[in-house]
Design a protein around this ligand. Sequence first.
Ligand SMILES: Cc1ncc(COP(=O)(O)O)c(C=O)c1O
Length: 381
Amino acid sequence: MLPCQRHLFDIPDDVAYLNCAYMSPLMKPVIEAGGAGLARKAHPWELTPDKFFTGSDEFRATAAQLLDCTADCIAIVPSASYGMATAARNLPVRAGQTILVLDEQFPSNYYSWQRLAEKNGASLKIVPWPEDHDWTAAVLNHLTAEVAIAALPHVQWTSGGLLDLVHIGEACRKLGAALALDLTQSLGALPFSARDVQPDFAVAANYKWLMGPYTTGLLYVAPRWHAGRPLEENWIQRANARDFTSLILYTPSYDEGARRFDMGERSNFALLPAATRAMKQLLEWQVTQISETAGAFNRQLATAAAELCFSSPPVELRATHYLCLRREAGIPRELPEILARQKVFVSVRGSSVRVAPHVYNSAADAERLIACLRRTASVAG
Ligand SMILES: Cc1ncc(COP(=O)(O)O)c(C=O)c1O
């Protein structure tokens, strides 16, 4: 368990920020790294050609540690949707086959598959919401012979339901189905190993649990797809990019590994150093410790909320860092206003309150949320 790390953030004492699943706050050292990165363009004469590669390679090497893969498997992308579009451009699907997605899956991991299915005479197969909260069993039941691609998250984003990706990966390989993952709501807060899961593609936007700036993201590409087709063609993906004098000696060859899938202007001098700095801090804390710390916080919260008739999925079937509290009678209309007045920040969606803590939260934050739930429970009567 980690001690509270609030001192690294700029979070006023009267704010209980429990919404990392929406957007993490940037750490002070991350802001410094971003500021220093932005300032480099004040002196463009110091931005020598090698700098277009060193920062990107540091980002790749750091991301690779979080994914348990080699740096060669990481491409730099701006968003989860960009990564998924790349996966959809490369993964084959034939007429009559299906692409498996979850009920209420996040749109960035839905639309690319819908388009791919339409184009090829295939269809989407939607895993229905499991009444028993067991998303893994539900996925395994729907992984049948006609599934060409399973496009899944590690954590279902509206319930916090956890998918056993090692087990699902194994089942996909047995069937010959490809596996494309959206790790945006998990990477950095939940241990993940590309070596164990063996996905074809896996993407994560950096601005949530990776604690980086908006518009940065990473894409894992398995070695078997390294000869694939990128979404866009740009100069820096090509094999001759390091020699700025030979860029117009056009070449059909790409740079090594997953670098061909990098977005244009991927050497983002302002944002990449910030994203890398944030990931380095996560590695220093260790993902298992982040997961345990957020998990202990959420377990206590779930117990206190249960006394107020808010239920949550069983602890073994939900991600430790991600707690969705539901109330059968519905969420009282007054709750958003009470939360706003008390400066308690969570997501209230439909019949659920989503709580997403991180290492900057203290027991006092949990008490303040519970006090708000107690007030609404008594208002609702
Ligand atoms: C599960 C999930 N995936 C992806 C994203 C972000 O997608 P994108 O980077 O395409 O904006 C979110 C944002 O809320 C999300 O919850």
